[in-house]
Design a protein around this ligand. Structure first.
Ligand SMILES: [Cu+2]
Length: 127
């Protein structure tokens, strides 16, 4: 049986961060399929962070932004899901080493339907 990968992940990048601090990874998921999919987890192949979580940024009032862990995010059918500054992001918590401009990491995204999608050469860069 022919398996067609209906999800593609493009424009992935990560913020620089100091050892002991945090970083965030951003990307766009494109879903060519006529069925939605669900992103429910992420990891980084290189051992760079204590924890990797799906987060969203929200309006905490008084002009402040907060962020919180989310268990999953739906990718709409025939649509796109954007992880971007001020919105959803993959949070790298407790960096084990400093991530510098030009470094590269390998991101793994876990989807209910598409399974694990590996994104190589995710560049660390300043926004
Ligand atoms: Cu976060």
């Amino acid at each position: 049986m022919l398996f067609i990968l209906s999800l593609t992940v493009v424009d992935a990048w990560a913020r620089p961060g100091m050892e002991g601090g945090n970083s965030a990874v951003y990307f766009t998921v494109k879903n060519e399929s006529d069925k939605p999919d669900t992103l429910y987890g992420a990891s980084v192949v290189e051992d760079v962070a204590e924890k990797v979580e799906l987060h969203e940024t929200y309006d905490a009032g008084d002009g402040k932004l907060g962020m919180r862990h989310v268990d999953f995010v739906v990718v709409p059918a025939k649509g796109e899901l954007h992880f971007k500054p001020g919105g959803y992001h993959v949070m790298l918590i407790g960096l084990k080493r400093t991530l510098r401009d030009g470094d590269e990491i390998t991101l793994v995204l876990k989807f209910k339907r598409a399974g694990e999608v590996v994104i190589k050469n995710v560049k660390v860069k300043v926004e």
